[in-house]
Design a binder for this molecule. Structure first.
Ligand code: RAT
Ligand code: ZN
Length: 419
């Protein structure tokens, strides 16, 4: 489990060609750069922004004041309150310590400057290699948000930006399914002849848009995050989102042989002052996933859900549909107790036919802790399951274990991409 390479199927990481706002040895800083790494980015991860507002509330530090602070000042604030004044017990805090320790830094060091010095002496490309080696990640899948101006313009300016063999691209287009009212005018601005009405011409133009961008970035799948209220009601469901999904997105993906990833259950911006940390979780509708898998047998679906309450029903759905691949313990589920419970349940219902984890890393170095922690839990669950099998008298060989682990960390996803 520790030495088998992982194909991480969902991250928010980028190759160095996308620019980096982090100071590094002999490298130019790109303030809007997308490739995040280093100690200040680790400390200002949105999971930790939410946590620092538990201990220094907005009545003492108004949100606007926090967002006006420089990245270094924000990191100092989080370090002081979560790592110096308190024991860093939460999973996101512990993750920073695991990361520092596995990079050879001292997790007892209270002086942030010494960590900063170490990171500032690295160069990004060699640091990417180092982090991949330490974390055992052999391939990083990006999330390429085409409706994000900063990212889209980088692809347009440098078509080769994604050509780094360590990375793979994923076309992400949430507004297309969540908000046709604003996605339509955007497409028009980009030269696609769409109207508000989802007529045949408009559907053909959405398909052309998808083809163009899938080809431009060489996407290995397409992805959306859907709200807890997401509902798909079958062929008679004429809501804009369902129409775009049924008539434009899924036929395009079936034609190209690419899977569609649905990440369902995040309710956006319940506290907008927290920015990326302001989203929450609510229970979602597994019946819609079942309907989609049944209505589109020519398509393949990757699915993860955010609510703990949806996990059992989703795993059962995967028993019914070979075109459904359940993956990951997403965001608020990425805590040891929940990863263990969910992985155990999935193994019991699905054998090894699921992808137990993805990192969702936003900061390169997070690959280290996300995979270190997850590998330990997946191994613990497997040990129990092998013991149960051996209790029947059936022997489990080292070769069996190697094959199973390789499948869980790499093969299940790779095979699903190219069946
Ligand atoms: O887990 C996260 O970091 C979230 O903020 C989201 O990025 C989520 O994973 C997503 O891809 O929408
Ligand atoms: Zn994500």
């Amino acid at each position: 489990m520790r030495s088998t390479p992982v194909w991480d199927l969902h991250t928010h990481l980028y190759p160095s060609a996308f620019g980096s706002p982090v100071p590094a040895a002999m490298e130019a800083v790109d303030p809007q750069g997308l490739s995040l790494w280093g100690i200040d980015e680790l400390l200002t991860y949105h999971y930790l922004v939410a946590e620092v507002y538990r201990v220094v509330p907005a009545t003492r530090l108004p949100y606007e004041q926090f967002w006006r602070m420089s990245k270094t000042q924000q990191a100092d604030h989080i370090w002081q309150h979560l790592f110096v004044d308190r024991t860093p017990l939460s999973e996101a805090c512990r993750g920073v310590l695991t990361t520092l320790a596995r990079l050879g830094l001292d997790p007892n060091e209270r002086d942030l400057e010494s960590h900063r010095k170490w990171f500032a002496a690295q160069t990004l490309d060699s640091h990417i290699d180092r982090v991949m080696e330490v974390s055992g990640v052999s391939r990083i899948t990006m999330t390429n948000a085409v409706f994000d101006d900063n990212e889209r313009n980088r692809w347009l300016a440098d078509p080769a930006a994604g050509a780094d063999d360590r990375f793979r691209a994923v076309l992400r287009f949430d507004p297309l399914l969540r908000d046709w009212q604003s996605a339509g005018p955007q497409l028009r601005e980009w030269g696609y002849d769409v109207s508000e009405d989802l007529n045949d011409k408009t559907i053909a133009e959405i398909r052309r848009f998808l083809h163009n961008w899938i080809n431009r970035i060489n996407a290995i799948y397409c992805a959306v995050s859907l709200p807890p209220s997401f509902h798909y009601g079958g062929p008679d469901d004429h809501s804009a989102g369902s129409t775009v999904l049924r008539e434009a997105v899924l036929p395009t993906l079936a034609e190209l042989g690419l899977p569609m990833a649905m990440m369902i259950g995040s309710r956006l911006q319940v506290n907008p002052s927290l920015k990326d940390a302001g989203d929450t979780v609510e229970k979602s509708d597994v019946a819609s996933v079942v309907q989609i898998c049944s209505d589109f047998p020519e398509n393949r679906f990757l699915c993860t859900m955010l609510a703990r309450e949806n996990q059992h029903e989703l795993a059962v759905a995967a028993r019914k549909f070979g075109n459904l691949m359940v993956f990951g313990c997403w965001w608020f589920l990425n805590n040891p107790s929940l990863v263990e419970e969910i992985t155990r349940m999935r193994l019991e219902l699905l054998g090894t036919t699921f992808v137990p984890q993805h990192s969702d890393a936003r900061v390169l170095d997070q690959l280290i802790y996300k995979w270190d922690h997850s590998r330990n839990i997946i191994a613990k669950v497997l040990v129990d399951k092998y013991a149960d099998v051996e209790a029947t008298g059936r022997r489990v060989s080292e070769g069996d274990i190697q094959r199973d682990v390789q499948h869980l960390l790499h093969g299940a996803f790779a095979d699903f991409l190219t069946p």
